[in-house]
Design a protein around this ligand. Structure first.
Ligand code: DC
Length: 225
């Protein structure tokens, strides 16, 4: 089985690039951030503080998280409800970052994530894929960009969706999330020693995609058209 681990901070373009690469390579795309977001959303809906580990841990046994691939797109379900869109808010992102610092939540998701990589060729993105989830991944890429470049991209996405969030607020969120994700004790965001570093601050989407294909092709030793 081939596994490609893509880690990096919020807004580096991981999921957009990974989704496209997976489609081109015929791998299954696994967006692990969506799993943390779904748990964060569940906690918010239950009226719990996502930072309160004990309160979140008490919810875990009730959480029925399911992933399904529909026409190549990953959909995520809480019980029967498709929450793929509901998890994409800034609040769900912050809640995901909070529950991501909870070791019980990480343990809850670890086996699910590893199992997926056992059964099929995967391209998995997250924060700890190359370091914890798939330490033996075929290819490891650490995708990053400056906080300003990432906030600008996110801000443009919001604008395109008609969401009028001030740039300064998006930048502050990006920085706060970076801090939380890199400073937590449980599986903090960091580059695996054997991961290839790719900084996309100065690259557009197609350039980033080309750079990633090259890294993957070199490692998997095959030419990707
Ligand atoms: O990639 P994303 O923005 O959807 O991730 C949301 C949050 O989930 C992120 O801030 C940290 C957490 N996360 C994590 O702790 N580990 C992962 N493998 C993926 C996401």
């Amino acid at each position: 089985m081939v596994s490609v681990a893509i880690d990096g901070p919020a807004g580096a373009g991981k999921s957009t690039l990974a989704r496209r690469l997976a489609a081109e390579l015929g791998y299954i795309y696994v967006d692990t951030g969506a799993m943390y977001r779904a748990i964060g959303l569940y906690a918010l809906r239950a009226g719990k503080d996502p930072k309160d580990n004990a309160a979140v841990n008490a919810l875990l046994p009730q959480i029925e998280l399911r992933l399904a691939s529909i026409e190549g797109e990953q959909h995520i379900y809480l019980k029967e409800e498709d929450v793929s869109t509901a998890i994409r808010t800034e609040a769900a992102g912050m809640a995901a970052s909070a529950v991501g610092a909870n070791p019980a939540v990480r343990a809850f998701l670890l086996e699910l994530q590893r199992d997926m990589a056992k059964k099929q060729d995967v391209l998995m993105d997250g924060r700890d894929i190359g370091t914890v989830v798939l330490p033996d991944a075929t290819v490891k890429i650490f995708l990053t960009a400056t906080p300003e470049a990432r906030a600008t991209r996110r801000w443009k996405e919001y604008q395109a969706k008609g969401v009028d969030t001030p740039y300064e607020e998006v930048l502050a969120d990006v920085k706060q999330r970076d801090y939380q994700d890199t400073h937590r004790a449980a599986a903090p965001l960091k580059r695996a020693d054997d991961a290839v570093l790719l900084d996309t601050s100065e690259l557009d989407f197609e350039q980033s995609l080309a750079a990633m294909k090259k890294i993957i092709a070199e490692k998997v030793n095959q030419t990707i058209k």
